[in-house]
Design a protein around this ligand. Sequence first.
Ligand SMILES: Nc1ncnc2c1ncn2[C@@H]1O[C@H](COP(=O)(O)OP(=O)(O)OP(=O)(O)O)[C@@H](O)[C@H]1O
Ligand SMILES: [Mg+2]
Length: 225
Amino acid sequence: MSALMELNNVSFYFDKGKSNETKALDNVSLKVEEGGFVGIVGTPGAGKSTLLDIMSGILLPTEGEYLFRGENMAKKGAAKRAKMRNSEFGFVLQDFGLLSANTGLENVCLPLRFRRIAPRMIEKQGLEIMERMNILHLKDRKVNELSGGECQKIAIARALVHKPSVLFADEPTGGLDEINTVLFIEQLAKINKEGVTIVIVTHDTKALRSCSRIYSLTDGRLEEA
Ligand SMILES: Nc1ncnc2c1ncn2[C@@H]1O[C@H](COP(=O)(O)OP(=O)(O)OP(=O)(O)O)[C@@H](O)[C@H]1O
Ligand SMILES: [Mg+2]
């Protein structure tokens, strides 16, 4: 079976050829199978976010190749990659990136606004995922009035509302206390069991306890941990 995501000897340079050239990824090879739950641990500056940007098609490798469903990402145009990001991938970011003045439901529905879906259907899908995650009671609450744990659930619901095949999480537990970190990981494990492939990058090894594969990233180099 071919892997869902496959990086072959990927290196990535910022400002290549300039005096401030930075090699953020160094010859990284990684396979992620469909339904996998992969954790990548690394210190600040190790290249974690750059790796996720490559895997989600935001950046293209400077050297090496990245295949998604067997197709070379570099051969797709920018518009096609952007479309893919909106359909195949969901993202949970460190500070969640929620719109604080908007309601829970408005935040959850955000990824659907970039697609051609009738407003009525957008709301229906938003309410469905909120119900599945037991957060329907947050639908009309303004996000700036919610707790960290509640915001985190809104962020996960938003990342899943368009039924992506892969969920990328970049330092998702950074702002959470220990209890909310554990709850978050349990939620991810449940989502993974339902068939969503998960890639999480973090410096917090506690956040990796449910992962089926763990790698470490050091100065852009990846090794199985
Ligand atoms: N836009 C950019 N321009 C130039 N260099 C960058 C840029 N973004 C990141 N870098 C550099 O690339 C390297 C990897 O950065 P990256 O953001 O991937 O690390 P990280 O592991 O996600 O760090 P953190 O844990 O702090 O989020 C670092 O040396 C960083 O300074
Ligand atoms: Mg980062």
